[in-house]
Design a protein around this ligand. Structure first.
Ligand SMILES: NC(=O)c1ccc[n+]([C@@H]2O[C@H](COP(=O)([O-])OP(=O)(O)OC[C@H]3O[C@@H](n4cnc5c(N)ncnc54)[C@H](OP(=O)(O)O)[C@@H]3O)[C@@H](O)[C@H]2O)c1
Length: 376
């Protein structure tokens, strides 16, 4: 059992049959593969002294079978989970060898197999995080279909996937922007709207200035809510104010940041929390929570295993709910919201395909606000 974002779910392993078509033909040195070339380039995880390394491979071009769609990936984005996979933080021996990194990507449909009805050549699409979670609550089976570190990963010039595993992307977004949506944006959206029922005027607490939190910030701003965001660095808090934050707190300078957050609300407390910090933040977030507030349990940047003081939750009639990204239906609902509000995803920096390792290093450095993208 592997832990992705704290939940224990079985990881889909790279099976022998699936490996067959990714048999490496050698390390590629060519620029972007020609439109109809027999081979394409993709990165794969390969064992390293500690965790994994990214290796660039040239592999046979996939074909669209019945019900499948071929997508030329134009851009991908990184999430903390991808770095965790690189470091093998989720445990498991050699779980990702030969797997394709990254859950998030967007591109253009270039071929469709028989019986495909949802898409046609030329459509602009993004992969959904769980290839088989379409709507309603998840099942053990749908949660096994998470992309990244397996054949469903996106760091590949072309991918083949079932037509059900894609959504159309909002027209006003570039491919780089659309590539940021599948994981971080959807997690923030589900936490705030589907679970939290965010309303205009409410106070929202966001922890740190990474992907989930900055999407939470811009969704809250679009709703007319009042986002308060924390960071370890003042320059990042200044950027958050430019993005529309109502208030900020430096959690490194002020270890009791939850008191500052409550003061920023005039004593009311925050109505919504996207808790991505985990062990070190959850208890403090609860101290900052308003009567009837909601905490979305999302991440473990400081580790998992926090003891949630359930009596405190009870006394203030609050709710806490676990969020594990979302379904395709959730993604489509979020896209409608993004289109309606003409939201532009918060991209910090765009790397080229050949610089994929630099993109991972940049995430490791912690010097970013929002999302890191790789253009293909
Ligand atoms: N449950 C789900 O479905 C789901 C989905 C997506 C992500 N996640 C989880 O949510 C977390 C965030 O993911 P992400 O992709 O948004 O990460 P990310 O983009 O890498 O964001 C990392 C940022 O978080 C801040 N941070 C680091 N440690 C912190 C701490 N102890 N307390 C508060 N802030 C801290 C830092 O910002 P500053 O420099 O500004 O302090 C850091 O730059 C991860 O644990 C990830 O695994 C869960």
């Amino acid at each position: 059992m592997k832990k992705h974002f704290g939940e224990s779910v079985p990881l889909r392993r790279v099976g022998a049959a699936q490996v067959a078509w990714v048999l490496a033909l050698g390390i590629a040195s060519q620029p972007v593969s020609a439109e109809n070339a027999d081979t394409i380039r993709q990165y794969q995880f390969a064992p390293a002294t500690s965790g994994y390394q990214l290796v660039l491979k040239e592999v046979p071009r996939p074909e669209a079978g019945t019900g499948e769609v071929l997508v030329r990936i134009k851009a991908v984005s990184l999430n903390r989970r991808d770095l965790n996979m690189l470091h093998n933080d989720y445990g498991g021996e050699d779980a990702y060898s030969g797997g394709i990194p990254l859950s998030d990507g967007a591109g253009e449909v270039i071929d469709v197999g028989e019986n495909v009805t949802r898409f046609k050549v030329g459509d602009r699409v993004a992969g959904i995080f769980f290839e088989r979670w379409i709507e309603g609550p998840p099942s053990a089976g749908s949660l096994e279909s998470d992309r990244g570190g397996n054949p469903g990963g996106m760091l590949s010039e072309i991918i083949v996937t079932h037509e059900d595993g894609l959504v159309a992307v909002p027209e006003h977004l570039s491919y780089e922007e659309a590539a940021t949506l599948p994981c971080a944006a959807l997690t923030a959206w589900v936490g705030l709207f589907k679970r939290g029922h965010l309303q205009a005027g409410q106070y929202v607490l966001l922890e740190g200035t990474g992907g989930v939190s900055v999407f939470g910030l811009i969704f809250a701003v679009a709703t007319g809510a009042r986002p308060i965001i924390t960071s370890s660095r003042d320059e990042k808090l200044r950027r958050a104010m430019e993005l529309g934050a109502f208030g900020t707190a430096n959690y490194r300078k002020n270890p009791d940041w939850q008191i500052q957050v409550r003061e920023l609300t005039g004593g009311h407390g925050v109505d919504q929390v996207l808790d991505v910090g985990g062990r070190d933040t959850l208890g403090k977030a609860l101290e900052a929570l308003a009567y009837g507030g909601h905490i979305a349990l999302i991440g473990g940047l400081s580790g998992y295993g926090s003891d949630l003081p359930t009596d405190s939750l009870m006394w203030i009639n609050a709710t806490a709910s676990g969020v594990y990204v979302g379904s395709r239906a959730d993604f489509e609902a979020m896209n409608a919201f993004i289109s309606e509000h003409r939201i532009r995803p918060p991209i910090d920096r765009v790397f080229e395909f050949e610089q994929a390792r630099d993109a991972f290093d940049y995430m490791e450095s912690g010097g970013f606000v929002g999302k890191i993208v790789i253009r293909m």
